[in-house]
Each structure stands twice: as C-alpha cells, then as structure tokens.
Design a protein around this ligand. Structure first.
Ligand code: ATR
Length: 277
C-alpha cells in the first residue's frame, strides 16, 4: 500500500488525513495518508528516510522552505516561489511542487474578480506568503507585505519587488484586499510532549488586534481572506465580517491546493468541495 503524509510542526490540526483518505477511497486507490508531526531536530533524519517510506507528502508550517534542500528536483514554479508544499516520490526521486499558489489565487477569485492594479496587503512572510505573493504579482497586483519580523518581510519584498513594513504598522487606507498568511488564530492542539496552545487561546488570537477599529473608521471596506482553515471562522475573519467586509475563508484555498496535490500523486482528477468533519 502506498503511504502519503503531511509533514509539519505542529500539525495535529490538519484535516489532510481525513480529506485524502476519503479521496483515495472514493477513487478506489489503495493508499493511506497520515500525519507526520516532525520536530525540527528530527526533520533532517525524517527527510533522508522519506523516499523509502512515502510515495508523496504535503508540507506545511514551518517546513515549506526548509524542505527544498532534501529534494532531488523542484518544479519551475516552486523554485521561483522558493517554497514547496507537495512532494512526489517518482521511483526514489523526490520532486517538489507548489500547489498553494493555485489554491490561493482560485480562492481569491471567488471573492475578488479582478486582481490587476489592486492594492493588496499580505500579512506574514513565510512559505505560504511566498506562494500568495508570487500569484498576486503574476496577476498584476500592488503588494505590501507586513510581518512581525521585519527582516523576513524585507527578504520576501526584495525577491518579488513589493513594499514591506512591520505588522504593527498596518493601516487600512489604500487596501483593497487584505490576506492573512500568518499562523495566528490557527487551532493548535497538543504538540507531543508539550501542552501547547490551549484551544481557547486561538479563538481570540488575530494578527491585527485593531482591525475592527480601523474598519469602523474607513469608507471603503477591503475584501478579507484568511488562509487558516481550522477554525474556518478565525477571529480575523469574524472582525472583518462584523464590519461588513466580504470575506474568503481558508477552506477554499485548502481544498483547491488539495485537488492539485491529489492529481500530482495519482494522475487522477478529483473535485473536493467541503471540508471533512
Ligand atoms: P508557512 O510556511 O505556513 O507560511 P512559516 O514559514 O513558519 O509557515 O511562516 C509563518 C508566518 O506566521 C511568518 O510570517 C511568521 O512571522 P515571523 O516571520 O515573524 O516568524 C508569522 N507568525 C507566526 N507566529 C506569529 C505571531 N505570534 N505573531 C505574528 N506573526 C506570526
């Protein structure tokens, strides 16, 4: 039986095992998908043994960039983005792809028909942000990257010729579309050996604590998207919705990138429309 996994830390919140195991069953493919919660100190060893253990994987926080050095090949797009979220094991040869960019842009287009010329504020500068920024840039948007660690924002901004600033300097004016790519607000369950974030903490965690106040003071409301899909309604999206913004939930991007991942592993198209329970 072929084995697949999602590699991350923490990763226990991931719905990928349920989603892909159901998909394999539906398409009558004899395969199993599991969680691979790999602590940073074990990541190198895990990746060196990957090819003998798995036929493919998804890669998530915090490994989308770090995984590249363990791969034999990287698709053109993933190389340009500088982040990999899908691995295909082709007869022992590990190939990295990026389906986040497709997922992010398809999700965005469900709410924002035109991206060209729009002022987009991207919160975060990690692996997911790289895919979002790459896709937006290609679509002709003007991008401002805001991040907690300014040096990370600067690097991403230089790579893709965008503007950047600290997360604390967020200002709603001149923002048509606002996207959260940080992990703030994500449901984190227990990380092995460590009683990590308590469930109630994520409920009120948001990358922009004063978003509500700023939205109340602006004339033109932005379209607001979160790439977190668990919970589906993050505090960030709840604040935006209560102020009257059109919102795009993270399940849209998650499902779209998953459709593409599945196709890369199995060469079988699949339509994934709802999150598993
Ligand atoms: P991914 O590959 O999924 O994007 P990542 O590369 O670990 O994951 O990036 C996580 C992003 O969330 C980063 O932009 C990170 O900010 P830093 O560059 O300052 O680390 C952001 N992030 C994580 N925790 C945060 C927090 N508590 N407050 C603000 N930003 C946070």
């Amino acid at each position: 039986m072929k084995k697949y996994c999602v590699i991350g830390y923490p990763v226990s919140h991931s719905l990928s095992p349920k989603l892909f195991n159901a998909a394999f069953k539906k398409k009558r493919i004899f395969a199993k998908y599991e969680l691979a919660e790999v602590a940073p100190r074990d990541f190198g060893k895990f990746m060196r043994n990957f090819a003998v253990n798995f036929a493919g994987a998804n890669v998530t926080i915090p490994y989308k960039e770090k995984v590249i050095k363990y791969l034999d090949e990287v698709s053109d797009e993933a190389r340009k983005i500088g982040a990999v979220n899908v691995i295909v094991n082709g007869g022992g040869k590990l190939i990295g792809h990026n389906t986040d960019v497709y997922g992010a842009i398809s999700a965005l287009k469900t709410g924002a028909k035109i991206l060209k010329g729009k002022n987009v504020v991207v919160l975060g500068a990690g692996g997911a942000a790289r895919a979002v920024v790459y896709g937006l840039k290609k679509a002709g948007a003007h991008i401002l990257i805001l991040n907690r660690t300014l040096a990370h924002a600067k690097k991403l901004a230089l790579d893709f010729k965008c503007e950047f600033d600290g997360l604390q300097n967020f200002a709603i004016n001149k923002c048509d579309i606002l996207i959260n790519t940080t992990s703030v607000g994500m449901w984190e369950e227990k990380v092995k050996g460590q009683r990590s974030k308590v469930k109630s903490l994520y409920k009120n965690a948001t990358p922009l604590p004063d978003l509500k106040k700023q939205l109340a003071a602006t004339q033109k409301l932005p379209i607001v998207m979160d790439i977190i899909y668990r919970p589906r309604m993050t505090k960030f999206l709840r604040d935006a919705k209560s102020a009257g913004c059109k919102i795009i939930t993270g399940d849209k991007m998650f499902l779209a990138q998953a459709e593409k991942s599945f196709r890369l592993w199995t060469a079988t198209p699949i339509s994934l429309k709802i999150l598993p329970r």
